[in-house]
Design a protein around this ligand. Structure first.
Ligand SMILES: Nc1ncnc2c1ncn2[C@@H]1O[C@H](COP(=O)(O)OP(=O)(O)O)[C@@H](O)[C@H]1O
Ligand SMILES: [Mg+2]
Length: 245
């Protein structure tokens, strides 16, 4: 089976002043197309660093990140940025919406940046708005939307380029449990229904339980995997404690 994402022995150490923090240490993982994978770990375990390395927002000190067969760690900054814009969609805990723009306008931002014609933008934005069930909110500004709705805008924006890889960094960290559950359902649907490859980092068992496979991260290293949990958050919590507790 071909892999969409292959991470080989990736390491990243931060140096600030005289101290060194080994944020990610020799991490390897691979994800097949159409799968949803979670990376689960405590605060400070290196989840965001790893996601940034996979998304090409940062480069590792050692190791390779292969996305759709291409080693993004060997690309120039400019090529990596272009590659990310064309092939990846990234969702953050903070929704990063522009406060003066409506939901539709926020969703359209990446296309405007890419210089797409406005007629083509309209139909693509409408399509994404429907996908995240925000038809009724299209003309609302962020402040008039709930946190869950704002995150759905951010997800629609991230899907606009029809990414092969969707990355989410604690996407429900700022949401109530009902909104969080909707977002996890939406991310799972992207994989099951639309064949997207989804990688989510989280510290929440209920979030990780939605994934086909969970990699457990502790102190920058993968300490084990959890498979076939079928949404059972209690099972995830128990296995996670065995591996990382
Ligand atoms: N830019 C940075 N400079 C220095 N240390 C950092 C930086 N970013 C993260 N770290 C450190 O690396 C470790 C992993 O951080 P992070 O990847 O943010 O973990 P998580 O997302 O799991 O909470 C932590 O010890 C954190 O303090
Ligand atoms: Mg983090």
């Amino acid at each position: 089976m071909n892999t969409i994402l292959q991470v080989n022995q990736v390491s990243k150490t931060y140096r600030s002043g005289g101290t060194r923090v080994r944020a990610v240490h020799e991490v390897s993982l691979s994800v097949e197309p159409g799968r949803m994978v979670a990376i689960m770990g405590a605060s400070g375990s290196g989840k965001s660093t790893l996601l940034h390395l996979i998304g090409g927002l940062d480069v590792p000190d050692a190791g390779q990140v292969m996305v759709d067969g291409q080693d993004i760690t060997r690309m120039s900054d400019r090529r990596r940025t272009l590659f990310r814009r064309r092939n990846m969609g990234i969702i953050f805990q903070t929704f990063n919406l522009l406060p003066t723009l409506t939901a539709s306008e926020n969703i359209a931002v990446p296309l405007l940046v890419d210089g797409m014609k406005s007629a083509a933008i309209g139909s693509r934005v409408e399509e994404m708005t429907r996908l995240v069930h925000l038809e009724q909110r299209a003309n609302h500004r962020p402040q008039a939307m709930s946190g869950g709705e704002q995150q759905r805008v951010a997800i629609a924006r991230a899907l606009l380029n029809d990414p092969i890889l969707v990355l989410a960094d604690e996407p429900t960290g700022n949401l109530d449990s009902i909104s969080a559950s909707e977002i996890w359902g939406l991310l799972a649907r992207l994989a099951r229904e639309f064949g997207k490859t989804v990688l989510m980092v989280t510290h929440e068992p209920a979030a990780a339980a939605r994934a086909d496979r969970i990699y457990v991260l502790k102190d920058g290293s993968i300490v084990g995997t959890i498979d076939e949990v079928n949404g059972d958050a209690a099972l995830v919590a128990a296995r996670y404690t065995q591996l990382a507790g």
